[in-house]
Structure formats: structure tokens, C-alpha cells
Design a protein around this ligand. Structure first.
Ligand SMILES: Cc1ncc(COP(=O)(O)O)c(C=O)c1O
Length: 423
């Protein structure tokens, strides 16, 4: 396969919307409208600066006695502390650095005590559907947040009545849907899980970039996050949560760093406890430091103001789409359900991949098209959207516009104008 790389028209720079020393300004290429934050968000200045500052010192982590190495070890462990604090980690939680949310949820899946039943909803991203073991329960997509709470309550009550009533149960839910942007009632679901002595993991890949998430306040047991969706595109994510299952599980990656003693015999090994147990091999220092830098910057930011700005943009986008005769939005819940800056839609009679290509080619606008790694949900919502709109000419895949830090009214208006120009 031949790959053609198109060089940017101008050197990457901080977009005009975010000039100045703002650590939450994002890097970008002038003229390019990035409305694909939900796939990978642009790099925040805080992340880029933290990486640039550490690069001259770059050396091994936990493996060297030299000054460079010791500084890097310190930076890595400080990053862990910062990220843990940002997400409200409790004293007995571990913060394990992973590659991303997928990696984090796979790690948790491997750490489940034997006999654990995982309960999830069919509306999840594949990363929160596919890692779970056979025998997991997949509840239908609910019609409302309250419906989700009721369905979970009923499912857990039934599980607790069954033959496996004493075995562990893990509820696995998203904080915000990557297809619709709709927020899920995490605190209420956590309460239900607690009532039935189940644990709960929240896939916060899409929620964390848009809203504060605190595991202690929400009373959730585990949290999975991707740095590249949180403005820290250096390949780190986290699994944060209760230490006991993690310390009892086989190491996720067997190798250096995960052991406390290795003897001469083939299987003579004692695995360490703590986050290092699951971080075998040389860790991603720059990814961890970048993620921590963004967390620190967000912790010091006016999140309410950021939220209000984002909500204005989402409202503008949704209103604009509603005014286009052929645009149909995808949604699970009622139109006014709380949401983050993600909107999926179709243009009736138009192939979504072609529309996305047109937006890129003619208007320098980047959006996503497809089924967004949430095939069961996206297919269902497409069918529901067709029924709601009374149209039989909706395409089989959708478009998704997603925004966040650095997004502007102009970005939204350019997308709407480009769509309108299709006629
Ligand atoms: C809700 C949700 N969960 C999990 C993932 C997986 O994230 P990653 O690809 O960073 O592992 C995504 C990615 O789009 C997502 O949107």
C-alpha cells in the first residue's frame, strides 16, 4: 500500500483562538478546522511544554542511578500523583499508566477475580464491550438515563438471586457516549451498583475531556481514560481504581519492572504489588508527564466557563443542523439530555464517507464518519433516526462533529455553511 502524506500548508502553531501563555491553548494548523476531538483531541500547550522541558533530561525511569534517570523517575511518579489527584483517587487506589482506554479496560478485564460477571449496556464503545469475559451481561440500550438506572437495578437484583449470587459483579459503563455525546447517569448507576454489592468502572474516555470526573465523589471503583483524547497526545492513558483486584491479578505484562524477585528456576518469580505490577517494561515517561500537565492545567482552569462555552457551541451546531432540511441527528435519549461536545448526524440521501471527504477536500474541515467503534449502538440509532424522521434514504453510516478546547463559533459556522452548500 502506498501512503501519500500531505504536508501541512503552514507550520503547526497555536490556533488564533488560543494564543498567549494559556496552558490550555491547543496546537493546530492555521486554516484547518478540527472538529474531530472525540477521536483524538489536539495537543494542549501544557502537554507540549512539559514534554519539551523534560526532553533534555530524557533517560530511563526506575532503572538508573544517574541524575537524568533519577529526575525522570521523579517526574514519572509525580505525574502519577497529579493524575490521581485530578481524578479524585482514594488512598487505596492505584493509578496504572496504560496506553489508552482500550488498554486500561483490557487490563481490568484480566484482573477480574474468577467468576466475576460483568454487566454493561449495548450502547458502549467496543473498548467497553469486547474485553469482558464470556458470561457477561449486555443490557439493551435504554431510552433514558432513568431507564438505564432501572434496567441496571433489575439486572443486578436478578444476578444476586441466581446461583452465582455471592460472586463478584462489575458494572462497566461510559461517562459520555462517543456516538451521541450524551452523558450517562454515572453517580446514580454507581449507587445502584453499591446497593447490590457490585463494583463499577467508568469509561471516561469521552467524559474526562469535557467535565470534571472524581472517582471518590462519584463513588465509582475504577476509571479508564485516554491521554490523547485529553489534549495529551503522547500515548498514555490510565486505569485508576481499587488496589485489591489489581494486586491479586497476574501481571498484565510479564517482564522487567513488574517483579520483586526472580530466581534461577523457570517460574521462580515474585511479582511486585502496586501499579508497577501491571507496567512491565520501560514506561512511557513523556506520555505520563504530558497527561499530568494537562490535568494540572485543567485543575487550575475555570471548568464552568469552559463548559458554558462548549455548550453554546454544541447548541449552535445542533440548531444549525436542525435547520438543514436533510440533516438528522442521532440520539439515544431525549433531545435535551445533558451532553458533551459531540454530535452525530446523517444527511439523508448522501453517503457519509463522501460528505466527510468533501468537507476535508473543499473546506479543510475534519470530521469523522463511520460507526465510531460502537457498531451495535450506531446501527440502532441510524434505524431509529430513519423512523423518527420518516425517511428511507438515510445512509448506513454517520458523520460525527466533536469539539472542545480551542473550538470556536467560526468552526461551527464553517461546518454548517459547508453542509448547507451541498444543497
Ligand atoms: C467512549 C470511548 N471509550 C473508549 C475508547 C477507546 O479509546 P482509545 O482508542 O484511546 O483506547 C473510545 C475511543 O474513541 C471512546 O470514545
Amino acid at each position: 500500500m502506498t501512503l501519500t502524506l500531505v504536508p501541512p500548508a503552514a507550520p503547526a502553531t497555536v490556533t488564533p483562538a488560543s494564543t498567549g501563555p494559556d496552558p490550555l491553548g491547543v496546537l493546530g494548523v492555521p486554516g484547518q478546522v478540527n472538529l474531530d476531538h472525540a477521536a483524538s483531541a489536539p495537543c494542549a500547550r501544557a502537554a507540549a511544554d512539559a514534554v519539551a522541558e523534560l526532553l533534555p533530561w530524557y533517560a530511563s525511569v526506575h532503572r538508573g542511578a544517574g541524575a537524568l534517570s533519577r529526575r525522570c523517575t521523579l517526574a514519572y511518579e509525580r505525574a502519577r500523583q497529579t493524575v490521581g489527584d485530578f481524578f479524585g483517587a482514594r488512598p487505596d487506589d492505584h493509578v496504572v499508566f496504560t496506553r489508552n482506554t482500550t488498554d486500561a479496560l483490557n487490563l481490568l478485564a484480566r484482573a477480574l477475580p474468577p467468576g466475576t460477571t460483568v454487566v454493561t449496556f449495548a450502547g458502549e464503545h467496543h473498548a467497553n464491550l469486547l474485553p469482558w469475559p464470556r458470561g457477561s451481561v449486555r443490557l439493551p440500550v435504554p431510552e433514558s438515563p432513568a431507564g438505564a438506572v432501572r434496567a441496571l437495578d433489575a439486572a443486578l437484583a436478578e444476578l444476586r438471586r441466581g446461583a452465582t449470587s455471592g460472586l463478584p459483579v462489575l458494572v462497566a459503563v461510559t461517562g459520555a457516549s462517543n456516538v451521541t455525546g450524551e452523558r450517562w447517569p454515572v453517580a446514580e448507576l454507581a449507587r445502584v451498583a453499591r446497593r447490590h454489592a457490585a463494583r463499577i468502572v467508568v469509561d471516561a474516555a469521552q467524559l474526562a475531556p469535557h467535565a470534571p470526573v472524581d472517582v471518590a465523589a462519584l463513588d465509582v471503583d475504577y476509571l479508564a481514560v485516554s491521554g490523547h483524547k485529553l489534549y495529551a497526545p503522547f500515548g498514555a492513558g490510565i486505569l485508576l481504581g481499587r488496589a485489591d483486584w489489581l494486586d491479586a491479578a497476574p501481571p498484565y505484562l510479564a517482564g522487567g519492572g513488574a517483579t520483586s524477585h526472580v530466581g534461577a528456576g523457570t517460574h521462580e518469580v515474585r511479582w511486585t504489588t502496586g501499579p508497577a505490577r501491571h507496567e512491565g517494561g520501560t514506561p512511557n515517561l513523556l506520555g505520563a508527564v504530558a497527561l499530568a500537565a494537562v490535568c494540572a492545567a485543567l485543575a487550575g482552569a475555570d471548568r464552568a466557563a469552559l463548559h458554558a462555552h462548549e455548550q453554546r457551541l454544541v447548541d449552535r451546531l445542533r440548531d444549525g443542523l436542525a435547520a438543514l432540511p436533510d440533516a438528522v441527528e442521532l440520539r439515544t435519549f431525549s433531545p435535551d439530555a445533558p451532553r458533551v461536545g459531540i454530535v452525530s448526524f446523517v444527511l439523508a440521501g448522501r453517503d457519509s464517507a463522501e460528505v466527510a471527504a468533501y468537507l476535508a477536500r473543499e473546506h479543510d474541515i475534519g470530521v469523522r464518519d463511520g460507526l465510531f467503534c460502537a457498531h451495535p449502538l450506531a446501527r440502532r440509532l441510524l434505524a431509529e433516526a430513519a423512523a423518527r424522521a420518516g425517511r428511507d434514504d438515510l445512509p448506513p453510516t454517520a458523520l460525527r462533529a466533536s469539539l472542545g478546547l480551542g473550538s470556536t463559533v467560526t468552526d461551527v459556522d464553517r461546518l454548517l455553511a459547508a453542509l448547507a452548500a451541498l444543497g
